[in-house]
Ligand binder design. Sequence first.
Ligand code: SF4
Length: 708
Amino acid sequence: GSQVVDRQVDSVCPFCGVGCLLTYNVKDERIVSVDGRDGPANHGRLCVKGRFGFDYAHHPQRLTKPLIRRPGVPKDPGAAPRPGDWGAVFREASWDEALALASGELARLRDTHGKKALAGFGSAKGSNEEAYLFQKLVRTGFGSNNVDHCTRLCHASSVAALLEGVGSGAVSNQVNDVAHSDLIFVIGSNPTANHPVAATWMKNAAQRGAKIVLADPRVTDIGRHAWRTLQFKADTDVAMLNALIHAIIEEGLADEAFLRERASNYEALRENVRGYSPEAMAPICGIAAETLREVARAYATAQGAMILWGMGVSQHVHGTDNARCLIALATVAGQIGKPGSGLHPLRGQNNVQGASDAGLIPMMFPNYQRVDDAGAHQWFEQFWGMPLDRAPGYTVVEIMHKALAPDSDPHKVRGMYIMGENPAMSDPDLNHARHALASLEHLVVQDIFMTETAWLADVVLPATAWPEKTGTVSNTDRMVQLGRRAVAPPGEAKPDLWIIQQLAQRMGLRWNYEGEESGVASVYEEMRQAMHAAISGITWERLQRESSVTYPCLDADDPGQPTVFIDRFATADGRVKLVPADIIPAAERPDTDYPFVLITGRQLEHWHTGSMTRRASVLDAIEPMATASMNQQDLDTLGLEAGDVITVRSRRGEVAIHVRRDDGTPCGAVFIPFAYYEAAANLMTNPVLDPFGKIPEFKYCAVSVQRG
Ligand code: SF4
């Protein structure tokens, strides 16, 4: 209770994209508990991660001093990191020595091999200000656009489709707008685990009579609240969605006036879905034609029907096509541009929306202004006072390939700066990614723990955890929200903003951000200018007062626009552009050697690569070890019982893991969360990319399953 604590500090949850506001209760300079605050996304609610997942910040394995790799200690990509016992690999150093070494080596590689020799990964779990400064350092200090972050692995394909179709990559309607929906279409998403408080708004809507439709090869908790569950065969999204569109048009339920006035390319779409009748698609996607028609009718005739989707849609070689179909579905039925409707790609990390907005993207400056657009290029050269590269940079997976490129490749990546991301766990085909990281001539990693990525670094810089700094994050609902510093960082750990500025200055940039906490307010204000209209009404001063403001927000009096596209879309001609899609199969199908499909994802208690949640005592106690989920029928066929150890193997790697029973996982599939080093799911995943979003196919590859 508040009476026994020294102080209470208002902030934002550091985990998922829902963006719950919370209060840290601090006693003796430690966070002792967390309360939900009445934020616009959570109204006081928190899930188990937000409420109990805070003590990672005080974990004894926190990095407290800069570290430098000992001379002659090889980088072994196969070695297990020892996060609490790194003394044989690294030695402690002063900040001065570590920063001089890191900046000196990066500058040397740039000057010797050219600007493309360097790359940076920023973070979707840092603040907007950190993301903005990080990309500015890469573009102006490293000299290329080789900057990216985990949005590439998450919603890059959704964003590609949305930018093309509606002109903006962000959501059209906020999650709690489902209060105005009478149909909620959830596809490729497990919201109870991944967006738990958002799921409670959906369940509340179902209680008052809204129909939830869950469309997912893997049936999860939200299915218990669903009116209809479409457990379609994995990889057949386009077939199923085109069948729904076909049914709406054929049954005369298309919103012809909306299509005439607000859409383009409808003819081509209609022509394309002609061959996708529910009857023809039923055997492909595994859903009865009558069920498809029933869902299509309910969706088209709803007063308001919202589509919410997750990585199950985006992480495929046809991820962009999947999202194109969702845009077409909403448009054909006129279910966008009004309350309770629209398109909502649920963002996974707390700041993946904001980090993308701030420009942690290789082909775009802040606010999605293309680096190869002459006007944008000129504007930013002037704004930053530095010459900028016109060529888009490489994406996450491409950078890993470029790190392993032959010496003769003029674009070989030789040095990297990674802030708060853990590609040695989160990239596909980890053996390849870890080799790529280990092969770098110089790797600088800035983090709060000795992550699997930091284990391969030359210099490790100890940073601050979220409760130790002030900054803004932007949630899945386009709310810019202020987190405040609640406790001091441990030892000599420093704010990420300070570290970025130190490296920038030592690489020759004359930056001068003054003010408290490494000038966070002045960085925010510079970013606000760089983003033009989008957040121009959201000043730092206003955030101090209101804590959360939704964008677009054009001026000081604008309350923010929770629903967009009411009058026009953000495309050049103001119309939604319909893009037909055809069936493209997964890159690697099951066969006799690898007869199962591997699906990766998350679970409620652990977030991403687990570096924080596995060090949060309550969360670790609930889910202490890696498990693979399989259907009872498959367990019976293989003679397995829940709790047995199995080996799951793909063409790229294998893990030994305990199996658990989950009848929501379809027959022929294995589900493994990617948070566990000791059974890293991404050792097996396929790095093949969607051609538009450059997102890897995390949701589908072929594996074998054996006992023991
Ligand atoms: Fe944090 Fe997301 Fe849980 Fe809210 S729903 S408490 S933002 S993890």
